[in-house]
Structures are given as structure tokens and as C-alpha cells.
Design a protein around this ligand. Structure first.
Ligand code: PLP
Length: 382
């Protein structure tokens, strides 16, 4: 038996990778499972995107290796997108690097900047991949707690009092998953000051800014951000293109060149038609987001009814693709979710998988049809 690498000693398989096998087995045994667990958009991407991809399939270079830094047209589309929606001016040649989904960027960035023993500040609750990848590269995950009473925003004064001498990077993620909290301008400005003061690279992971959010924001809008910040972004949620695996990292040329040292040794460019289709998406008018959000609004109002029927209490003013809600006292989030799964055949995400601060909460996904959410409500009321 060949032993696994030491770097995997403290890394678990992703929760959904194993839990969804259990959910599939229940479906296979005849259970009609309503999946409100994962944030995989069920709605179709824009038709222009499909047409763009199809058209590009016959381009003379379509099936050749593509530039490591993405095509010029795709990078220009990202530049225009940041200009239009975030009021951020980027240099398409030097400050934009397309990625195959923002998730791979978390690994690339960690491999590019972290040595063994370096410390990384990670939100609790937060996206589990930050911790897994930190451990995989031999760095140490140091958590900062987010609390409902602080609207799930970090207490930078408290964090600043700690010994940060070994901290090299900090992950932030606004709009925040799983809580749906938003950052205001001041938080982004304070984060930039914090990064400069403590010589920390801050990365804002920003895939949710167009879902049920009236004011999309980028941390790169903050004064001086380009010196100390990177931002990950993605087409997965904004354009229902999760399976395409398309995202980007934006930041200064020096940092992007460091990431390229990793990336150019891991892949050999992104399929040309995917880039052509993605460029179409980024150039769509605002009406796309308005139409999408109308659908999500209808779903959210139903999920709020479902949450109420389950005696769960969601915080107000949440953005993004989920509803995050406090569960009734007396059960753990795992018990709550398993009970819902095995009693009512409804799958949701337990808060504990996002960290200890997520215990006591459940996350409902809006990636389900109105009809399915209505059926879930009926099952609870019966
Ligand atoms: C906070 C957060 N970051 C990153 C990702 C990954 O997105 P992508 O599909 O661009 O890799 C997700 C996906 O669920 C997410 O929730």
C-alpha cells in the first residue's frame, strides 16, 4: 500500500463530495430528494454565451494551445467588466489573469506565496477550501471569528493586537459565503490599511457580487488596494456557468507574475471557445442581472417561508445565492440537516462545515426551482 503524502494528513475530502454520494444513494433507493444544499446554478447561461462558444468552435485556432494569460479579447472583456460594474481601471495586459474557476486560484495563490510554517488568516465561518489548501501547502490556518452581531465582518482592531509576524496572507470574501453579509467601503479601506501596516497580502474572493446585491463592489476600488490586494472573481454564479470553470484573478503585475510561475506549470491555457463565450457574458448589459435577480427574489421569498416553517431565523439584508439562518436551540447543525434529509428528503448544508462559528446555523441554496421549494414547504407543513 503506497502511503499518501504527508501534506494530506490534515486534509479531508470536501464535505459535499462525500455527502452528495449519500444523497445520490438515497435518490437511487427511490427517495425524491429536494436539493437545497449546493450553490450550483440550475438556470441556463445567457444564449449569447452559447452562441459565442458555438461560433468559436470553428475558429482556425480553436483547438490549439492558448496563451497562458488568456486571449487578449477575454482579458479586455474582463477589463471592461471591472470598469462598468466596479468602477475599477485595470490594465488588461498586466493586471488580469484568467483562471479555470476561482477555486483553482486559491491553490495557485497559496502555492505562489506560502512557505511551510507561514500563517494565513482565514474567516470562520468561511469557504472550507481556504483551510484545506493552506494545510496542503504546509502553512498554518489562523482563524478570525465573524459574528452575527458584527454583521459577519472582521474586528480588525482585535486581529491587529495579535502576533501577526508570521502571517503572510489573509482571505476575505465579500459578499460573504455562507452568511450573505456585505462589506461597506470603509471595511475595504480598513483592510487595505491593515494589509499595509502588517505587510500581509489580502485576497478578496468575490464570486457573489451580482446575486441579489444592488451594489456590486470590488476591494480594488479602495485607495491603494492594488499594492497589497488580489481579487478573485468568477463567472460561475453571475452567469450560471459553474461547469465552464472560468474565473479570474486581478491585482498588480508583480503578484500576477508570481502566480503565473505556478499556473504556467500546471495548465497550458484555456479552451478558446470557452474564452470566447465568457467574453460574451462579461459584455452583456445590466438587464441580464436584473432578470436573474427577479428569479432569485421569487425563490428567496419561498426559502424564507421554508425557514420560518422550520423555526429557523435568517438575518436580514443577506445578499448572494443562499439564505443563512439560525436553527432552533437544542440540536447541532449536523443533526438538523440529517433530520431534514432523512425525515423530509430535503438536503441543506449544515453550518458546521464552514467552521465552528457556523455551528447553530443552516444554509439554504437558492439553486432550486420555485416548484421544488414549494414542495419542500408542503412537506414540512404536512
Ligand atoms: C466563496 C467561494 N469562493 C469560490 C468558489 C468557487 O467558485 P468557482 O466556481 O469560480 O471555482 C465558491 C463556490 O462555491 C465559493 O462559494
Amino acid at each position: 500500500m503506497i502511503q499518501q503524502a504527508n501534506r494530506l494528513e490534515h486534509v479531508q475530502e470536501y464535505y459535499f463530495s462525500t455527502k452528495l454520494q449519500e444523497v445520490r444513494a438515497l435518490s437511487a433507493s427511490g427517495k425524491d430528494i429536494i436539493n437545497l444544499g449546493i450553490g450550483s446554478p440550475d438556470l441556463p447561461p445567457p444564449q449569447q454565451v452559447i452562441d459565442g462558444l458555438n461560433f468559436a468552435l470553428t475558429h482556425p485556432v480553436a483547438h490549439q494551445y492558448q496563451p497562458y494569460k488568456g486571449t487578449a479579447d477575454f482579458r479586455n472583456a474582463i477589463k471592461e467588466f471591472y470598469q462598468t460594474y466596479y468602477r475599477v481601471e485595470l490594465n488588461a495586459e498586466t493586471q488580469i489573469l484568467p483562471l479555470m474557476g476561482s477555486k483553482e486560484g486559491i491553490t495557485h495563490i497559496s502555492m505562489a506565496f506560502l512557505n511551510e510554517g507561514d500563517e494565513v488568516l482565514i474567516p470562520n465561518p468561511g469557504y472550507p477550501t481556504y483551510t484545506a489548501v493552506t494545510k496542503m501547502v504546509g502553512a498554518n490556518a489562523i482563524y478570525y471569528e465573524l459574528k452575527e452581531e458584527d454583521n459577519w465582518c472582521p474586528d480588525l482592531d482585535e486581529i491587529g493586537k495579535r502576533d501577526l509576524s508570521r502571517v503572510k496572507m489573509m482571505w476575505v470574501n465579500y459578499p460573504h459565503m455562507p452568511t450573505g453579509a456585505s462589506a461597506n467601503d470603509k471595511l475595504f479601506e480598513d483592510l487595505v490599511k491593515f494589509a499595509k501596516k502588517h505587510r500581509i497580502l489580502i485576497i478578496n474572493d468575490n464570486p457573489y457580487s451580482f446575486i441579489l446585491n444592488d451594489h456590486p463592489k470590488s476591494i480594488l476600488e479602495a485607495e491603494g488596494a492594488m499594492d497589497v490586494v488580489l481579487e478573485l472573481n468568477s463567472l460561475s454564479k453571475s452567469f450560471n456557468m459553474a461547469g465552464w470553470r472560468i474565473g479570474m484573478v486581478c491585482g498588480n503585475e508583480k503578484n500576477l507574475n508570481t502566480i503565473l510561475k505556478v499556473k504556467t506549470n500546471m495548465d497550458s491555457g484555456m479552451f478558446y471557445p470557452l474564452q470566447a463565450g465568457a467574453a460574451e457574458a462579461l459584455r452583456l448589459p445590466e438587464e441580464w442581472f436584473i432578470a436573474q435577480n427577479k428569479i432569485y427574489e421569487g425563490r428567496k421569498s419561498r426559502i424564507l417561508k421554508l425557514a420560518a416553517a422550520l423555526n429557523c431565523k435568517p438575518a436580514k439584508d443577506q445578499t448572494g445565492m443562499f439564505v443563512w439562518a439560525k436553527i432552533p436551540e437544542g440540536v447541532t447543525s449536523e443533526e438538523f440537516v440529517n433530520n431534514l434529509l432523512y425525515t423530509h428528503s430535503i438536503f441543506t448544508a449544515p453550518g458546521f462545515i464552514f467552521g465552528s462559528q457556523g455551528e447553530g446555523y443552516v444554509r439554504f441554496s437558492l439553486c432550486a426551482t420555485d416548484a421544488n421549494i414549494d414542495r419542500a414547504i408542503e412537506r414540512i407543513k404536512l
